[in-house]
Design a protein around this ligand. Sequence first.
Ligand SMILES: C[S@@+](CC[C@H](N)C(=O)[O-])C[C@H]1O[C@@H](n2cnc3c(N)ncnc32)[C@H](O)[C@@H]1O
Length: 218
Amino acid sequence: MRDALRSGALVDDRTFDCVYPIAVRLASPMHWTPVQAAVRAAKLLAVRPGARILDVGSGVGKFCIVAAASVDARVAGVEHRGHLVDIGRRAASAFGVDVSFTTGTLEDCDPLDVDGVYFFNPFAENICSPGDRIDGTVELSEARFVRDILAVQRFLRAARVGTRVVTYCGLGGAIPNGYVRQLAEPCAGRIELWVKTRHCAGVEAEELFADLAEAGAS
Ligand SMILES: C[S@@+](CC[C@H](N)C(=O)[O-])C[C@H]1O[C@@H](n2cnc3c(N)ncnc32)[C@H](O)[C@@H]1O
């Protein structure tokens, strides 16, 4: 499958997902990026050989593995559920691709260490109906949602000019000023590409969310 992805052949999701335990496979249509969308997103992020790509909320590593197999990039994922990181590591090893997975959050990542950032609407779980959640092993709340969006905005503000951001099915909050949307297209879900073209000015978006954070905390 790795060679098929490398050669640009389309691998269907059911085949790819066979690398995962059954419970992970069942969650795939809702929670893991389809192969076709992952290939497209990886190509939009890796515009130079060896580009550093970070998947924020990497889950069981599906986007990371497809990216590592299909483009010339250094791929990393950060994921707050340790048991999903373990599954991702095993899957990457089965595919024979090199991905660096970290258990943690965006606060553990250096914005100057990335050329491209990928988000598959990672924080939506905080505000979706309980039946659509992956599990109950982490804090999920509206207050957490706001904190996570603020963390993304701080990260993107601190990133270098030229940093590329791809969202799949949205992010859940505003991309800071300084980023320009270059593309929006349907690809299973909606893919958007944003590129940082200048340093970010002001903190409007953070201020907007700060009120919500206080409301969520009280
Ligand atoms: C929609 S899934 C996407 C998984 C993966 N990116 C993919 O496309 O295959 C979102 C993932 O983000 C993780 N996540 C949510 N909030 C997070 C946070 N604040 N820090 C790290 N991971 C987070 C969830 O545990 C979940 O695995």
